[in-house]
Design a binder for this molecule. Sequence first.
Ligand code: SF4
Length: 414
Amino acid sequence: MEHEIKNGITNRVLQSLFYRPKPEQLNEKTVEQLYDQTIRSSVSRLETYHQCSYRYFAQYTLGLNERSTFQLAAPDIGQLFHESLRAITEWVYQEGKAFFELTDEDIRAYARRAVEKLAPVLNHQILFSSNRYKYILRKLEQVIIRATNVLAYQARHSEFAPTGIEIGFGRRHKLPPLQLNLPKGYQLELSGRIDRVDQAEIDDQLYLRIVDYKSSQKDLSLVDVYYGLALQMLTYLDVVLTHSTKWVGKQAEPAGVLYFHVHNPTISDPKEADDEALEEEMIKAFKMKGLLLEDEDVAKAMDQSLESGMSKIAPFGVKKDGSFRSGSKTVDQEVFQRMNKYVRHVMMNAGNEIVNGEVKLNPYQKKDSVACTYCPFQSVCQFDPTLDEHEYRRLKEDSDPAMLERILKREEEL
Ligand code: SF4
């Protein structure tokens, strides 16, 4: 190569050996050309930013997209579940009914109606494209029936009732966007959509909780909150509490954030169990996960059937004297407030880095996962962990109490 003329054939053949992909920071002019003074983004996009800032750049700044293919992907199924539960809840209220009074027949009829309405508009009617997909559609309908059944059970045992479904915040939505000021006159304007907000009035105090429908098992990981990978639930709570007076007519307090896993669980040993025990196992399989307010009355309002022991509905348990059992996922109101402040800070930090033009190959690595696993931009970023200059960003994980302590310590410093 040294003796060859510039750009000769040997050079061209061998230059890939010395190629080191390394993104450069964007200069001020490029940033000005790329972003408006008001950067419109969403909480989930900022979660992507914290997974890997190059992925955010590729997906949302450059707007790169995978070529769409005719297939049923996980997001399509998630969308069908979301839309079905939203439609069913809407129909239930429109018809002057309540979830707790739904019979099995009602539920089956609503699920069939939802599937018939939504399947034809999903990904070019893919669910009608073959007998295999038609079979999958019937299976998905069973999941919707199962989930709706459990929602009806939970409603029968809870004082909390939905006050809003699929509530959007942002421009032209029910609730205003979340606005965060950034340096150089930039502003980060965040929008989003909240699956469900429930309310209950206890001793004249209004409480709100966020419920998120997930098509895979999920819990609120404080490691993820600390590193900005799970910002949605706490931000949604922040938004509804901030605007509760205008929206529901009363200043509300936080009751919690909960994930509801939409699935059709397999119950082991069905032959040995009677119908009642099976039903109980089924309800337990749908127990919501997340974080609740450390207030016995509020928690019990989420599961009125509970006298002592662990709840089958939400992540808490009570002792005979009424106090919380260990293993309950609760924090007090002040901690909720401080966590919300921390989350805002994490999002502002991301905004600062974006307007400073930072684009890094910094995919996270946790004990059991890395950011690149499901990332479609590997062929663009060419991240290669075998190269010295490419390294995963290792996240230091710890127990929930230790992570909470770290969150609160950082919040204190703000
Ligand atoms: S493949 Fe990995 S490094 Fe590349 S953009 Fe995706 S997450 Fe980032």
